[in-house]
Write a protein that binds this ligand. Structure first.
Ligand code: ZN
Length: 73
């Protein structure tokens, strides 16, 4: 009669990963500013607050304006 011997496997305990906050903060600030610029062009680049003359920027982001609920026309 054959007997099998099962050795208990030892799994290492989960080690929490340390997030390098000092490495993340500059990227978070960069993407935050980028998102604010994008939000400006989508939401406020029209009429009196327009930085670029003409309607080109407004036409490019027109659908995004409606999607985000900015008043348009
Ligand atoms: Zn519109």
């Amino acid at each position: 009669m054959a007997q099998s011997v099962v050795q208990p496997t030892v799994t290492p305990a989960a080690v929490p990963v340390k997030l390098p906050i000092r490495a993340i903060v500059p990227w978070a600030a960069f993407f935050g500013i980028l998102m604010l610029v994008l939000l400006y062009f989508v939401g406020a680049e029209q009429g009196a607050t327009s930085l670029v003359s003409g309607e080109n920027v407004h036409e490019w982001v027109h659908d995004a304006r409606h999607l985000l609920g900015f008043p348009c026309h």
